[in-house]
Design a binder for this molecule. Structure first.
Ligand code: GDP
Length: 364
């Protein structure tokens, strides 16, 4: 097409005709096929060699909800199991803003200072942030994310707490088989995820901050009771005094709790993640704990107890899934619910009817 500026009145200027703009969406992308998954043996071999790409693929497989991935994932986990267990599993919790990311970044570097490897996993069933936002998590831990010994993985995407936690538990097995001898599991510290984390770690660290009025307010007693160590972050500048006051309050509160099964007396320390003050002391406490529980046999006993807990937890989960996903049961439940609400039948009679029908169907 002849451009208006090619008119004779604009001498000395020639405008070439343009080229057609390419489409915004790359047409070749749609043709891309999902790479077929390698067999379990190949995945396991890569994991045992410490190949991070293969480890990531295997973790994605474990997290997958696709039914045809389940058997392969279980086979990989089973084969990795004999190579797992050789690590320190540490749970880290604290309310948003307590400084978990900042602290994990510096704790992580501290742990890796003499070599070794660290995997940072998370359990956050509520968060939309977790939907594939690896970048989000990586920028939260700036130094660790570029450390060759660190593997950072965001929480499996939102789902039931039990499901999300189980996937993280299985990911621990894969990471350990890949040689990660330090595992951090982070939670947001506001809900039930702490119990799930507690069921998969050896040491549970609670990060708190001072200066929020009554220090013990708003902290769930249950979470405090689970903690093997409480650390007051942001003990820097004007905040040193309040942090020490909080430390004293936590110490006296802990004395009111019944003694722990391990025999370990939880310690309370102050530190500053941002200014990197007191980090070594926090880690010395964690070392003391591991020496203590490895010495008195509690370490092994707790891991066995956790393995047993997960077996029953998985059975519970699968039974529920099988029951509630049954189409006939779904219809029956709707009818029974209406009957119960209208007082036509008692809750117990309705429950018995549905259960019996389920047992009959499955020859139980
Ligand atoms: P998270 O939500 O628990 O992961 O907390 P972040 O690590 O994102 O920290 C929340 C805010 O607290 C950020 O603005 C940090 O810079 C700040 N912060 C974290 N650690 C410290 C610390 O030790 N001292 C001070 N003064 N600020 C800190």
């Amino acid at each position: 097409m002849n451009h208006p500026e090619n008119d004779s009145q604009y001498t000395g200027l020639t405008v070439n005709s343009g080229v057609q703009q390419p489409p915004i969406v790359n047409p070749y992308l749609t043709k891309r096929r999902r790479k077929p998954l390698p067999p379990a043996s190949e995945l396991v071999e890569g994991i045992l060699k410490g190949d991070v790409t293969i480890l990531s693929r295997a973790v994605t497989l474990v997290e997958s909800l696709a039914p045809d991935h389940y058997a392969l994932a279980q086979e990989v986990i089973e084969k990795c199991l004999p190579h797992s267990g050789n690590s320190r599993r540490i749970g880290i919790t604290g309310v948003p803003g307590a400084g978990k990311s900042t602290s994990i970044d510096v704790f992580g570097l501290h742990v890796l200072r003499d070599g070794g490897k660290l995997a940072v996993l998370a359990i956050d069933p509520s968060s939309e942030r977790t939907k594939g936002s690896i970048l989000g998590d990586k920028t939260r831990m700036e130094k660790l994310s570029v450390h060759p010994g660190a593997f950072i993985r965001p929480s499996p995407s939102a789902g039931s707490l039990g499901g999300v936690a189980r996937k993280t538990r299985e990911t621990i097995v894969l990471c350990e088989a890949a040689g990660y001898n330090n595992i951090f599991v982070e939670t947001v510290g506001v809900g039930q995820s702490e119990t799930a984390v507690h069921s998969m770690v050896d040491f549970f660290l609670l990060i708190q901050i001072a200066g929020a009025g009554d220090e013990l307010q708003g902290i769930k007693r249950g979470i405090m009771e689970m903690a093997d160590g409480i650390v007051i972050n942001k003990a820097d500048g004007d905040n040193v005094g309040p942090a020490q006051l909080a430390q004293a309050q936590y110490r006296s509160a802990l004395h009111l709790f019944p003694p722990t099964t391990s025999g370990w007396m939880p310690e309370v320390l102050t530190y500053s993640g941002y200014y990197e003050l007191g980090i070594a002391e926090v880690w010395e406490m964690i070392d003391r704990y591991f020496n203590f529980v490895q010495g008195n046999g509690y370490f092994e006993a707790k891991r066995q107890q956790q393995a047993r807990w997960w077996m029953y937890e998985t059975i519970d989960e699968q039974l529920r899934k099988h029951f509630y996903n049954n189409e006939r049961i779904k219809t029956m439940l709707t009818d029974c619910e209406a009957d119960v609400l209208a007082n036509r039948r008692s809750s117990f009679a309705a429950a018995a009817q549905v259960l019996n029908s389920y047992f009959d169907e499955n020859n139980i």
